[in-house]
Design a protein around this ligand. Structure first.
Ligand SMILES: C[S@@+](CC[C@H](N)C(=O)[O-])C[C@H]1O[C@@H](n2cnc3c(N)ncnc32)[C@H](O)[C@@H]1O
Length: 329
């Protein structure tokens, strides 16, 4: 473990399932694509190199966009960097006059640069401020562990971390913060490790609680849900949506959305009148019945790809269900 004071990321982000995402989106000359999670620009670069297309690249992390400046200079008329959340992508692009696109890629979660930069506070292996905010704004992980009631902390750790010792961890957090409020990542990691034993698989006991806090602080599952609906609005008929996710909570949301939207007589909302239900045809066709996974080669080259899975669906010509249901489907 690197314990120097540097906060410079030491691992460049290696794009995950890149060939699969490219094959799914089939970029063509003149096409318009959205990379909703620009990160280190791996997908964006590949799209721009594959065809003479336009790419609208979104990231909520100001550091990621700042690092994209060189790429934007290389493709001055074709790459458009946009600060914001992919959950708002249809609104974000509308402000630039873009209302339909040919393909959308989402590679959800955090980048290697974010994890490796101790100053961002995502890592339980490196000491840093207990932050975890991708946007560098809003409530930090320290705010959450220092202020939430024990019951709420336990709920978050159980739901978003799938930590079976959630109640024990929440109790330890509340006891520790009464002695000294949390401000550093390693303080929190040590408190967790004192009450949860390392499992036989060797996974650090702090893993699940850190994941839970990150998801909660950044409302990652809510963002994914809004992003999928936004994609339904933006994609033109025949346009493809490719989503790469990294854990079962995310994959379940993607799978359910794609299955529901591609089902015959898809029902966007239980409050919807029967007359409207009849009118709602499937808005997507499934391209991947099962998720695409990285092969052994990719996992050897990039162990962080280990848990990745990609699902792809193609937009039909049907009206977006959220539109049919008045924006609340
Ligand atoms: C896994 S990385 C993407 C890596 C990218 N595919 C590449 O090849 O370099 C995820 C990126 O998405 C950003 N991100 C996560 N959730 C987001 C959201 N809801 N809206 C916009 N950006 C988001 C993160 O800040 C991070 O930079």
């Amino acid at each position: 473990m690197n314990t120097t004071a540097s906060s410079t990321p030491d691992t460049p982000h290696i794009p995950v399932l890149l060939a699969e995402v490219l094959a799914a989106l089939q970029p063509r000359d003149g096409g318009i694509y959205v990379d909703g999670t620009f990160g280190a620009g791996g997908y964006t670069t590949a799209l721009l190199e594959a065809a003479h297309c336009q790419v609208w690249a979104i990231d909520r992390d100001p550091d990621a966009l700042a690092r994209g400046a060189a790429l934007a200079a290389r493709f001055p008329d074709r790459l458009h960097l946009v600060a914001g959340r992919f959950g708002d992508m249809s609104e974000l692009l509308a402000t630039h006059g873009v209302r339909n696109v040919d393909g959308i890629a989402l590679d959800v979660g955090v980048s290697s640069m974010q994890i490796d930069d101790r100053a961002r506070g995502f890592s339980f292996l490196r000491d840093g401020p207990l932050d975890m905010r991708m946007e560098r704004a809003g409530r930090s992980a320290a705010d959450v562990v220092n202020t939430l009631p024990e019951k709420d902390l336990a709920e978050i750790i159980l739901t978003f971390g799938e930590e079976k010792h959630a109640r024990r961890v929440a109790k330890a957090i509340v006891a520790a913060r009464s002695e000294r409020p949390f401000s550093r990542t390693l303080h929190l990691a040590d408190v967790i490790r004192a009450v949860v034993r390392r499992a036989q698989d060797g996974i650090d006991p702090a893993t699940r609680t850190f994941q839970a806090l990150r998801i909660y602080v950044n409302d990652e599952l809510g963002e994914l849900d809004r992003g999928l609906r936004s994609a339904e609005f933006l994609l033109r008929s025949g346009g493809r949506l490719a989503v790469v996710s990294f854990h079962s909570l995310e994959d379940r949301i993607v799978k359910t959305f794609m299955r529901t939207r591609s089902a015959e007589a898809a029902r966007p909302s239980r409050h919807m009148p029967a007359s409207a239900i009849k009118a709602s045809a499937p808005t997507f066709n499934l391209i991947t019945k099962r998720p695409a996974l990285p092969g052994d080669d990719e996992i050897n080259r990039n162990p962080r790809s280990r848990s990745a899975r990609m699902r792809v669906a193609e937009r039909t010509a049907a009206t977006a269900l959220a539109a049919v249901a008045g924006g609340h489907a």
